[in-house]
Design a binder for this molecule. Structure first.
Ligand SMILES: Cc1cc2nc3c(=O)[nH]c(=O)nc-3n(C[C@H](O)[C@H](O)[C@H](O)COP(=O)(O)OP(=O)(O)OC[C@H]3O[C@@H](n4cnc5c(N)ncnc54)[C@H](O)[C@@H]3O)c2cc1C
Length: 471
């Protein structure tokens, strides 16, 4: 088959992958969406019980909605909030079932490698003139290969959670005790109730995933009296002010409210918070699982939930020539805009195909995966990315460059730490007198090095901790 007749492969039938397919179809291109799950939104279903903090109007893509509307789809109420399962069931699955889309989807197709046909990473002459060769592991365990003229990798990061170990590698004992650890967002009130009811549970990590897990576990504890919850985070000292997000200052009120509800639980003493805790070792004892940091050991627990973020699977792309930021693992040009070491806001300047470009022609990483290890991705960002990429791949350079993005800002930029230092997290890194001051979003390594850090773990009630000065 001639190069021009080959499809554009899209890896992942999540919200961004299917949006890419919709934009390509509108541009007259043929997509081929490869999805490891058996249905669209496979990863969304995994955290299907969690309510999004963005309403429907910020959760759907314009091209996808145009295709759906033509087919008589009734949009959910724009200002209500879907759960992950509702986003998949009421939007993605109907989109995947459209006659324009369905023939271009392949389920049970897990991409294991993307290469240039006949070219390993080293070989240059003629490289851009050959198709991509994509190897797929099928649901029956067999392998297949397909060719494509371009590739958009929208496979997300949800399947590659960060480990518990504070150094980025599994802590000692973490692998051996994997059956006591949940990576991601369990459903303690329904699907996973038996696992957590009446148990001593440790939640490790910060951010909105942690908030969701904690709130559900506390609800469970109200119903099942023996259940207890301890929450451990790396951050400490005055950086704790950023732990609960933007609160009332968050332009996404549902997101701000989550943090405030958890903050109230800590302040009332209902939830035990351990700060400045870096997980180093996990040990099974007769009394339960002991989790040790560098200076302290937490009380024994039965179960651990890890909400320490996610990272991109770059292994399947190892034969491609990528330009990735060495820390964030996002496309290099995007990293300064989203690096949580220096930029904690959810708002990023508009960006599209040009910022996401790699030395490997016609290859893009989009969606959650394009943010690498940064946690602040929003769906609207991904939808604009793939609109621009579809333009670039179809020769519409003006359309590709005309990126527009209206994102709600997060209120974490308005904390007193930043006010005191006279900086704003939204400023580019170069404008910050002390980038480590901007430590919202993730428990980041550079931020650990700031004067706000303390290596001594503390079991605290929040008010007591935030009153003192750490510096
Ligand atoms: C709990 C939670 C709540 C969130 N809430 C919001 C919110 O309120 N608002 C918001 O804007 N954003 C939110 N996000 C962030 C982000 O928008 C979502 O993670 C979103 O699902 C990202 O979409 P995506 O298409 O990039 O990736 P995903 O939804 O992760 O989709 C990737 C798809 O690729 C498939 N896949 C993975 N690997 C392979 C492979 N090797 N081969 C083939 N297929 C593969 C997966 O099965 C999946 O279907 C939230 C994230 C989480 C985790």
């Amino acid at each position: 088959m001639k190069m021009a007749e080959l499809p554009v492969a899209v890896i992942g039938a999540g919200p961004v992958g299917l949006a890419a397919a919709a934009h390509l179809i509108e541009k007259g291109e043929t997509p081929l969406v490869l999805e490891r799950g058996e249905r669209a939104g496979a990863s969304l279903y995994d955290w299907g019980h969690v309510q999004l903090f963005t309403p429907w109007k910020y959760a759907v893509d314009a091209a996808a909605v145009r295709l759906l509307t033509e087919a008589g789809w009734q949009s959910p109420e724009a200002d209500t909030f879907p759960t992950g399962a509702e986003l998949a069931g009421r939007y993605l699955e109907p989109l995947a079932a459209l006659p324009q889309v369905q023939p271009h989807l392949r389920f049970g197709a897990r991409v294991v490698s993307v290469t240039r046909d006949g070219y390993d990473k080293m070989k240059t002459p003629g490289r851009n003139g050959v198709p991509f060769l994509i190897t797929i592991e099928q649901a029956d365990g067999g392998y297949d290969q397909v060719r494509a003229k371009a590739v958009i990798d929208a496979s997300g990061t949800y399947l590659v959670p960060n480990p518990l170990g504070a150094s980025g590698a599994p802590a000692m004992g973490e692998r051996e005790l994997a059956d006591r650890i949940y990576y991601g967002i369990p459903d303690p009130l329904n699907r996973d109730r038996a696992r957590y009811a009446g148990k001593r549970v440790l939640v490790v990590g910060s951010g909105h995933s942690a908030f969701n897990v904690i709130l559900d576990l506390i609800d469970l504890a109200d119903q099942e009296r023996e259940t207890s919850v301890v929450w451990a985070v790396r951050r400490s000292g005055r950086r704790l002010e950023l732990l609960f997000g933007g609160g009332a200052g968050d332009a996404l009120p549902a997101r701000g409210e989550l943090g405030q509800r958890v903050k109230a639980l800590v302040e009332s003493g209902r939830l035990q918070l351990v700060t400045g805790f870096n997980v180093a070792r996990i040990t099974a004892t007769a009394d339960g699982v002991l989790v040790a940091g560098q200076d302290a050991v937490l009380p024994a627990v039965d179960e651990i939930v890890t909400t320490t973020g996610f990272r991109p699977d770059l292994g399947m792309l190892s034969e491609l020539r990528l330009r990735l930021d060495t820390a964030v693992e996002s496309p290099a040009a995007l990293a300064p805009l989203i690096d949580p070491n220096v930029h904690s806001c959810g708002s990023v300047p508009p960006h599209g195909a040009f910022e996401l470009k790699h030395p490997e022609d016609n290859f893009y990483i989009a969606g959650m995966k394009s943010y690498g290890r940064a946690p602040t991705f929003l769906l609207l960002t991904g939808y604009e990315q793939v609109r621009s990429i579809a333009c670039a791949l179809t020769g519409d350079e003006a359309g590709a460059r005309d990126v527009q993005l209206v994102l709600p800002e997060t209120g974490v930029c308005t904390t007193s730490i930043l006010d005191e230092r006279g900086v704003a997290c939204c400023a580019p890194a170069a404008e910050l007198s002390d980038p480590s001051a901007c430590c919202g979003g993730a428990d980041t390594t550079a931020a650990e090095a700031s004067c706000c850090s303390s290596s001594v773990p503390q079991l605290i009630q929040l008010q007591a901790a935030t009153k003192g000065s750490c510096c």
